[in-house]
Design a protein around this ligand. Structure first.
Ligand code: CTP
Ligand code: MG
Length: 272
């Protein structure tokens, strides 16, 4: 890693174009209320609070007028807040908010957002809107690693469960159980991966160009951007994530997120 530390021009891509099937609200997950506001509003607020982005590029479901209006209103409030701060003598960076139509897969949504980045962008953080309560400290750890010279960096947390590999039970007759265990992964070296994932823009572009050559099965197995960078042979650095960065995926996750917001320390509670 480079020891010289410079602050790159950073864009944060917020992918919010998923349909939220597993949450089961019958609406895109970004719109689902959490503590009285949408999941996307919480996510955008977290990005702004981190104060690292020159641009926030949001991918929403194609043609979703409601989420477009939400982003427009968010950008307006941000500008108004910035004017008030400037009048009071506090000059903080005002990120540009850009909204794009996402695609059929998460990777398609990332690509659509990449196409709308400001030309001066040097580094990109790709963040799931579904990780609505990610604390600022995680954004800072990722941005710091990029400034220190990493081409790719991800936030991770230790895995608490023992993890096994399995295969379907085969053979004739009635199986005793549907699956057979084939091994136990060494837990000390396992990490659960979160977002925001940070990249030098040139590296992320190269990673997504490689994806274009994948067949449908290979493409479906891509669940994050770091995977694509690993396949290029580029080192991916790992910094500490946070448990409150949970990805709101199932109804239980939404209950947990509500609990974090209502907890005694409030929504921006920061662990250790
Ligand atoms: N995402 C996206 N575009 C897609 C699919 C997913 O921008 N075509 C985003 C989601 O909005 C979410 C993040 O990627 O912020 C992680 O995806 P996931 O948690 O799987 O969200 P959904 O795809 O909406 O949920 P589900 O898979 O249950 O439908
Ligand atoms: Mg999904």
């Amino acid at each position: 890693m480079n020891t010289a530390s410079t602050t790159p021009v950073i864009a944060v891509i917020v992918v919010a174009a998923g349909s939220g099937q597993r949450l089961g609200y019958g609406m895109p997950k970004a719109k689902v209320p959490l503590g009285g506001e949408s999941i996307l509003t919480h996510a955008l607020r977290g990005v702004v609070a981190a104060g690292i982005a020159q641009q926030i590029c949001v991918a929403i479901p194609q043609g979703d007028a409601e989420l477009q209006a939400l982003c427009d209103a968010f950008a307006r409030d941000l500008k108004a807040g910035h004017r008030r701060n400037a009048a009071a003598g506090h000059s903080v960076q005002l990120p540009v908010v850009t909204v794009v139509d996402g695609g059929a897969s998460r990777a398609d949504s990332v690509r659509a957002a990449m196409a709308a980045l400001l030309p001066e962008t040097q580094s990109v953080l790709v963040h799931d809107a579904a990780r609505a309560l990610t604390p600022e400290s995680v954004f800072h750890r990722v941005a710091d690693a990029l400034a220190a010279g990493a081409a790719a960096v991800i936030p991770v947390i230790p895995v608490v469960d023992t993890v096994k590999t399995v295969e379907p039970t085969t053979g004739d007759g009635v199986a005793i159980a549907p699956e057979l265990v084939t091994g136990t992964a060494p837990r000390e070296s396992l990490r659960a991966v979160q977002t925001p994932q940070g990249f030098a823009l040139a590296t992320l572009i190269r990673a997504h160009d490689a994806l274009a050559g994948f067949n449908a099965v290979q493409a479906a197995a891509v669940t994050d951007d770091a995977m694509l960078v690993e396949l290029l042979g580029v080192p991916v650095h790992a910094v500490r994530g946070a448990s409150q960065s949970l990805k709101i995926t199932t109804p239980l996750d939404l209950i947990l997120a509500e609990g974090l917001l209502e907890g005694p320390l409030g929504g921006r509670w920061v662990e250790g």
